[in-house]
Design a protein around this ligand. Structure first.
Ligand code: ADP
Ligand code: MG
Length: 677
């Protein structure tokens, strides 16, 4: 291979023959059979064959060429936005086409957008493939064909020089493989005898054999990170008992048992001289902020600075107010740093951070940026961990002047089932606040159709008449702040018309910070009765008097996010309600999904369902989808393997450290650079 090509392969982390062997197909093309047009399924790639019925150019929002195809079982439509006159003329009625693509929902039903296609001679149709065709991850300068041929060459040599086996002998047998080589061959070059469906779904024993090894390698690399941390030095942070008592005395309530237990776990870590890496999970409203504040108190009481990082400005603001309220009365300095600060304020904040004058610094990802230099960072607290990448989190783990690493506490309100958390966050220790503060009444959740919107509006009127406050949450499919804002504005003006006597406020991401603050403050002070908002309030306001929430088009959001939203009500003692106001096109599946929220108020159950229904990418955020993609494994599909893998992993760590290194090198290779960050 030439240098230039080799450099292109290197961009994918492919340096050696072993790397190529373990560069597994992302997916497969199934050109082994033709799917009848009557059996098409949404978003499932298929090969189809049919005769052109008619071809026409339409002028909708965009000019497009529509080709109607038919076979004995049904019809479908191909749509091209870019086409030539020649192409159009060739597609005259009666022409037989074979196409490959993925049908989507279009204006005429299921449509293929820009499919690959060939004109076929009906008398002598080309033969079908007899095996699945692998599709590999590529980079610029490496074509699919080139990748396939290079991997084929490596596979040709696999018999003479098979890859080393690192798993116990019986594992191959359990997955019906003779050897690792056999599993690799099967996955790269599926034999015709293979069960196509099982391979496409990732259930084939060869894939499971490889997934097992991959999950093991990922577990090992995270445990290694954990072990490295344990050998490093960190400041010993302790909290003076009388200070702790003074802190607790200013609260109108006592800590729950779960909060006390988690605090003890954290204090143990903070005092033992090596950096804490701990995740705290707790349902919405379980009181994580207070636990974080107590950890922070230990940090500043020991003479160190504490950084508190939140995913949004609104949440950073709320944390700032809480921390400032709890700590400044005890004589501590709380600072905040977000992107929107004026230049002068920012400079001032940076100076106070660098001089050590600021003791607790609350902010957004602005805290990760260059130019932020802590005098003595002893602890960083990251809220809503799953929204940050590992890299970002690690950027707060720079050693300080005494060669010590700061402690790290990550908090997440998206409960993750335990085995999964063990796999995804094996480098972290794990605490759960599994108890809500007393006096909360569970939120009663109902599903109501948009057709009964008028009734819902009346319900708001009634609630307000009783002195209650109400949220109306607007959702949008697009991740666009301005569209979401426009939508919320529209809704607010409609509601103002319908509910003329009610004081209505509006918040969305487009408002200036001060405007947002004013509206929020007015709602908190009960000057506003109804707050129309985008999902920005997901993490934010805490208004116990609010007892009704309407969520428009809830089908657009994940269950975990809906659960978060609804956690904004049910904070007081009155019975609270959440109305999921769904659109008229709600599918049966979406309805079932929303039913989960009707049936339970337990965030862990909700998360588990969300996971089954939407996959771990949504639940774990960047962790799964960003920096740590799996080649064959899928945490949810393969979850049943995890307990055994974790057990085996611990054994390997103790007895076979060299094998651990080899497994990590094989599966994670280059990408493990981040663990030394
Ligand atoms: P989350 O875990 O969702 O971040 P918060 O920390 O925002 O929850 O706490 C939710 C609410 O519960 C806040 O108003 C907080 O003051 C209150 N709270 C926290 N701990 C307790 C407790 N032990 N008893 C009563 N209320 C509490
Ligand atoms: Mg919180």
């Amino acid at each position: 291979m030439g240098d230039k090509l080799a450099a292109n392969f290197a961009k994918l982390g492919l340096h050696s023959q072993q790397d190529l062997l373990f560069h597994l197909p992302l997916r497969y093309l199934d050109r082994t059979r033709i799917t009848p047009l009557g059996q098409l399924q949404l978003n499932t790639s298929v090969m189809i064959q049919g005769a052109v019925l008619r071809t026409q150019v339409t002028f909708g929002r965009k000019r497009s060429l529509l080709v109607q195809l038919e076979d004995e079982s049904g019809q479908t439509c191909l749509r091209f936005y870019h086409f030539t006159a020649y192409q159009k003329d060739r597609l005259e009625p009666g022409t037989l086409l074979r196409c490959y693509g993925e049908p989507r929902l279009g204006s005429s039903g299921l449509e293929f957008y820009h499919p690959e296609y060939d004109v076929i001679d009906a008398a002598a149709p080309p033969p079908l493939d007899n095996t699945l065709t692998p599709v590999y991850g590529l980079t610029e300068g490496v074509s699919q064909q080139r990748m396939r041929s290079v991997i084929e060459q490596v596979l040709a040599k696999i018999k003479q020089s098979p890859p080393d086996e690192y798993l116990p002998r019986d594992v191959n047998q359990r997955f019906a493989c003779e050897s690792l080589s056999e599993a690799l061959l099967c996955v790269h070059q599926p034999p015709h005898s293979v069960q196509v469906k099982s391979l496409l779904e990732g259930h084939h024993p060869s894939q499971q054999r490889l997934a097992y090894e991959e999950l093991l390698a990922h577990f090992l690399v995270k445990r290694k990170l954990h072990a490295i941390a344990a050998r490093q030095k960190a400041p010993r942070l302790t909290l003076d008992t009388s200070l702790q008592e003074r802190f607790l005395a200013q609260l109108p309530f006592a800590l729950t048992g779960a909060q006390q237990r988690v605090c003890r776990e954290i204090f143990n870590d903070l005092a033992n001289g090596s950096p804490m890496l701990r995740m705290v999970q707790g349902d919405v409203g379980s009181g994580k902020t207070l636990v974080a504040a107590l950890a922070a108190l230990a940090g500043i009481d020991s003479g160190f600075q504490v950084a508190v990082v939140a995913p949004t400005e609104i949440l950073a603001e709320q944390h700032f107010r809480n921390f400032d309220g709890w700590l400044s009365g005890l004589g501590f300095q709380v600072e905040w740093l977000v992107g929107k600060l004026t230049v002068a304020k920012r400079r001032n904040a940076l100076e106070r951070i660098a001089s050590g004058e600021a003791q607790v610094i609350v902010g957004t990802h602005a805290l990760f940026q260059e130019g932020v230099n802590f005098a003595r960072l002893g602890l960083s607290i990251v809220d809503e961990q799953h929204r940050f990448g590992v890299d970002q989190r690690l950027s707060l783990r720079k050693t300080n002047a005494d060669d010590q690493l700061p402690h790290q506490l990550v908090m997440t309100a998206t409960p993750i089932p335990r085995t999964l958390a063990m796999a995804a966050y094996a480098e972290l220790d794990y605490s759960v606040i599994d108890e809500l503060p007393p006096g909360r009444t569970p939120v009663n959740t109902v599903l109501i159709s948009q057709r009964r919107r008028a009734q819902v509006v009346e319900r708001i009127r009634a609630a307000c008449a009783e002195g209650r406050q109400v949220y109306w949450v607007c959702t949008l499919v697009e991740e666009s702040e301005s569209l979401a804002a426009a939508n919320a504005e529209q809704t607010a003006s409609e509601l103002r018309e319908a509910l003329a006597d009610i004081a209505i406020g509006l918040v969305h991401g487009r408002l200036k910070a001060t405007e947002k603050e004013t509206v929020m403050a007015a709602f908190k002070a009960a000057e506003l009765q109804l707050l129309v908002a985008t999902t920005v309030i997901e993490v934010g306001v805490d208004v116990p008097n609010a007892s009704l929430m309407i969520i428009e088009n809830p089908e657009r959001l994940g269950l975990a996010q809906l659960h978060q939203l609804r956690g904004r009500v049910g904070r007081g003692t009155t019975a609270s309600h959440c109305v999921l106001l769904y659109g008229d096109k709600l599918s049966e599946q979406a309805r079932q999904r929303l039913q989960v929220l009707r049936e339970t108020n337990d965030g862990f159950l909700v998360a588990e369902k969300d996971l089954q229904l939407r996959g771990p990418g949504e639940v774990l955020g960047t962790r799964q989808t960003g920096d740590m993609q799996y080649r064959v494994a899928d945490m949810v599909r393969d979850e049943h393997l995890l307990p055994e893998i974790h057990q085996l992993g611990e054994q390997y760590l103790h007895h076979q450290p060299a094998v651990c290194e080899k497994l990590i090198q094989r599966w994670i290779g280059d990408k493990q650079a981040y663990i030394n960050a």
